[in-house]
Design a protein around this ligand. Structure first.
Ligand code: NAD
Length: 421
């Protein structure tokens, strides 16, 4: 049934709850457990002051949400964006719970965000905002309790400020309080590339399953930041042709192929992918409808909707971004035979290598990049195989297969722990 209202904005939290409801129904989950897992465990809203360069004081709003702690401490990134809302952070926190369960790492789900356009801040203002925000949420975070990481617009430098702020309060260095740190501060080799690398491991498995030759595949990527630009480079390394990419300013297309390294250099120089020599400028809507075999949404939520799902030409949609496809669009894609690699599986490489970073920090250890990538491959391929098997067994799409796997694991852990007191 199609219920998405074409005119109304799509609320990510409602989407997340509907995805959960579907899985809970199929698993015939106990009604009490359903009520517990349907809501976040903790939601913290903070309003905090920052000294601006012009001498004024501005107050910013931020959030940290812990969805479920049944399988371990909360884990999830912090996003800086002018459109961040509590509902968005709640959705992202819930998706983190399922993501950690899908890949079998011992974490619950959390997420954070600050309502800010960081491009409008100086470096000093950004540091002040980051340090004060982390101080405000330190009532929740800690290496055994809740471990943040990068997300949209947050960088290894910001993770370094977070770690230093927490360590100053503790009186000693606590590298395990955040992941995605610079390598020199206890960051892991391979973390920067991990989200994209994990996504590409799943795309390779999906292509093998479908009998699609990646050397002949045309690839389109929406979003040219950490996840998108590295996914484009790695897909090129697999032999694919990158035919279109985009960022917040719009997209570019060249059906004969774009060089992802040169596009990245162009974006760094000009602040946009548009105008790249030899390509035609296109809109983000056109990017999603581009003739291609693999479409990688790597930007934001709610990009493939009831409005455009019929026009997606790709055989594989690999969700490097969180929540890019609405439930109604999922149904349309499934009906049309598009193979979906859902976000909670596809982009789980980021949190998996964050987990590796945390383990290395707690053990005062440092692994080689080859070790990290090899361990990541094992985890991603195992998770892909489990989700594919469940989706075939229940004759459902891969998203539902991933949810069946994840929700069952979290429900089992929650039920085994029992209800306190
Ligand atoms: P990023 O800030 O590095 O990049 C985001 C990119 O999206 C930028 O190129 C930006 O210009 C572009 N963009 C913004 N608005 C857009 C629009 N309307 N249309 C097209 N492009 C647009 O962020 P990132 O870390 O690469 O995260 C991207 C997505 O991947 C998010 O959904 C994030 O939650 C998800 N993700 C990231 C990680 C990680 O480790 N970085 C892990 C898991 C999931």
């Amino acid at each position: 049934m199609t219920t998405e209202n074409v005119a109304a904005p799509i609320n990510a939290w409602q989407v997340a709850q509907r995805q959960f409801d579907l899985a809970a129904e199929m698993l015939n989950l106990d009604s009490g457990l359903r009520r517990v897992l349907r809501e976040p465990r903790r939601e913290l809203t903070v309003h905090f002051p920052v000294h601006m360069d012009d001498g004024s004081v501005q107050v910013f709003t931020g959030y940290r949400v812990q969805h479920n702690l049944g399988r371990g401490p909360a884990k999830g990134g912090i996003r800086y964006h002018q459109d961040v809302t509590l509902d968005e952070v709640k959705a992202l926190a819930m998706w983190m719970t399922w993501k950690c369960a899908v890949v079998g790492i011992p974490y619950g789900g959390g997420k954070g965000g600050v309502v800010v356009d960081p491009k409008k801040l100086s470096k000093k203002e950004l540091e002040g905002l980051s340090r004060r925000f982390f101080t405000e949420i330190s009532v929740l975070v800690g290496p055994e309790r809740d471990i943040p990481a990068p997300d949209v617009n947050t960088t290894p430098q910001i993770m370094a400020w977070f770690m230093d702020t927490y360590s100053m309060h503790a009186g000693y260095t606590v590298p395990g309080v955040v992941t995605g740190k610079p390598i020199s501060l206890g960051g892991s080799e391979g973390r920067n590339e991990a989200t994209a690398r994990g996504a590409v491991y799943t795309i390779v498995k999906a292509a093998a399953h479908l009998g699609l030759d990646l050397k002949k595949a045309k690839v389109a990527v929406q979003g040219y930041g950490n996840a998108g630009s590295i996914a484009a480079q790695l897909m090129r390394d697999e032999g694919g042709t990158i035919v279109a990419v985009s960022d917040s300013t719009g997209g570019i297309r060249n059906m004969a192929g774009l060089d992802p390294d040169k596009v990245l250099a162009w974006k760094k120089e000009h602040g946009t992918v548009q105008g790249f020599p030899g390509s035609e400028d296109i809109s983000n809507a056109e990017l999603l409808e581009t003739e291609c075999d693999v479409l990688i949404p790597a930007a934001y939520e709610n990009q493939i909707t009831i409005r455009n799902a019929d026009k997606v030409k790709a055989k594989i949609v690999a969700e490097a971004a969180n929540g890019p496809t609405t439930p109604e669009a999922d149904e349309i894609l499934h009906r049309r035979g598009v193979f979906m690699i859902p976000d909670i599986l596809c982009n789980a490489g980021g949190v998996t290598v964050s987990y590796f970073e945390w383990v290395q920090d707690l053990n005062r250890d440092h692994w080689t990049e080859a070790d990290v990538n090899a361990k990541l491959k094992v985890i991603m391929e195992k998770a892909f195989g489990e989700v594919l098997a469940l989706s075939e067994q229940h004759r459902v799409n891969m998203r539902t297969g991933a949810y069946l796997n994840a929700v069952q694991r979290v429900a089992d852990a929650t039920a085994m722990r029992g209800l306190y007191p």
